[in-house]
Design a protein around this ligand. Structure first.
Ligand code: DLL
Length: 432
């Protein structure tokens, strides 16, 4: 089933025409209403009228998360604040978050793109969808909710956590579609088994998962444990939330909602635009968003674009699943964490050497962070009781900085490996 056949199966040439028209409108609106864009375009000597073809997008400057952060909280809005009906923020806590604002029309578009995606997973008005994404400033909960309601499915807005209750509800309510992050999905599957349920107790027909990195092995495991196909959902707060690109029944790449978002792949070093199939950084431009148009946003997510026709019938180009980041951001239990934040917390402590290592693991499918920190020689000879106090203090400082509890291990001076080039700060054992 296709939710919006006219748009989703639109011939590529027609799509390009639509995209050009919408790009021109977006650039004009951004230039006229957002001081940041006016300034950037003026600096580069570009006027909205210079956008005559889709390729002219390459003349426009790239936007980064820092640019958005500098406009905190509402500086990127292109409409008066009273027209914004909802806001969300990015999950990370490095400095100020980025704020995303939506007009009523933007929310309608969000619910349209999510409805298309959920239809790809087989969701219809006869289904019961259990949404384990958090409802709040995170975009996951509401994005999925709007899409599912647009279709007319029955939504269980259970949000994150209460794992045993999740399973009870899945069984008692007869949940047919489950929405999870891949790591939470695997954790849920494990608790299902621990509680003595079998997959036959459940009525799942499909699973939608996203918001963090995953591997094909994780997908296979999810599918096996729940006996249902699992589909990838991609998105990010700055552009809208979930719904930018979603996987169809082919499970071979994610269709970008091209009538609303324009994708490019760039070489993250040179910023040169790359061709079909070439791996690089995904850059996205919103084509219809009114509240907060975003032009050429550097997502820092690594993927490639492909344009071949898809057996599912949809013509929208696909991106590959995200295979990495161009920066060192880690997503830990759904929260963006940068090593620099941990370093910042450590620098607030006396008696700590600037040598540390961050180790990410996933015991029982839930992310854990361990931070190994070298103490100074004088500290290390102190009493154990004091060391326990120091460890606790560092854990609190890091908690304050990133919003997550981590396990700190104090190690003897000069025991962490020294590197000759770039320090290896992060060891990700989650095998993503
Ligand atoms: O994670 C939006 C979302 C919610 C997507 C629910 C899917 C489902 P942020 O918190 O702003 O937004 O994080 C965006 O998460 O730049 C990627 O690095 C990563 N990410 C999101 N989806 C995927 C995915 C939401 N399917 C950042 N695969 C992005 C890999 C993903 N990474």
């Amino acid at each position: 089933m296709i939710w919006n056949e006219e748009i989703e199966c639109m011939p590529p040439d027609e799509m390009k025409k639509l995209q050009l028209k919408r790009l021109q409108d977006t650039v004009k609106r951004a230039y006229e209403n957002v001081p940041y864009y006016k300034k950037r375009f003026d600096e580069e000597g570009i006027k909205p009228e210079d956008i005559k073809t889709l390729d002219d997008i390459q003349k426009l400057p790239l936007t980064t998360k820092d640019d958005l952060r500098a406009a905190y909280p509402f500086g990127m809005f292109a409409v008066p604040r009273r027209e914004i009906v909802e806001v969300h923020t990015s999950s990370g806590t490095t400095g100020k978050p980025t704020v995303s604002g939506y007009t009523r029309e933007d929310i309608k578009i969000w619910s349209e793109v999510m409805a298309r995606g959920l239809t790809m997973f087989g969701l219809t008005e006869d289904d019961i969808i259990q949404n384990t994404h958090g409802y709040g400033l995170f975009t996951g909960g509401f994005g999925v909710h709007y899409g599912a309601q647009n279709i007319g499915a029955t939504v269980i807005p259970i949000s994150t956590g209460q794992t045993r209750r999740q399973i009870e509800i899945m069984k008692d309510f007869g949940t047919t579609v489950l929405i999870v992050t891949p790591s939470y999905g695997l954790y849920l599957a494990e608790v299902v088994e621990d509680e003595g349920f079998t997959k036959e107790d459940l009525s799942l027909k499909s699973i939608g998962f996203g918001a963090e990195m995953w591997t094909e092995e994780m997908r296979q495991e999810l599918q096996k444990r729940f006996d249902a196909p699992a589909y990838n959902i991609y998105g990010l707060t700055e552009i809208m939330g979930p719904g930018i690109a979603l996987e169809c029944s082919e499970q071979d790449g994610l269709h970008v909602m091209e009538d609303h978002f324009y994708p490019e792949i760039i070489d993250s070093e040179t910023t040169e635009v790359l061709g079909d199939g070439e791996k690089g950084e995904l850059v996205l431009t919103t084509l219809t968003r009114h509240g907060m148009p975003i032009i050429r946003f550097r997502t820092k997510d690594v993927t490639s674009l492909k344009s071949e026709t898809c057996p599912c019938g949809r013509s929208h180009r696909k991106i590959d699943r995200i295979t990495g980041r161009t920066d060192d951001m880690l997503k830990i239990r759904g929260v963006a964490v940068f090593p620099s934040q941990i370093e910042k917390a450590l620098l607030k402590m006396d008696g700590i050497e600037p040598h540390y290592q961050i180790i990410a693991t996933r015991p029982q499918h839930l992310d854990e962070l361990e931070v190994r920190v070298e103490t100074s020689p004088q500290l290390f000879s102190d009493e154990v009781k004091e060391l326990v106090g120091i460890k606790k203090k560092i854990e609190d400082l890091i908690h304050n900085e990133i919003g997550l509890r981590v396990q700190v291990t104090l190690v003897e001076p000069k025991t962490l490996p020294r590197s000759e080039g770039k320090a290896v700060r992060v060891i990700d054992k989650r095998e993503l």
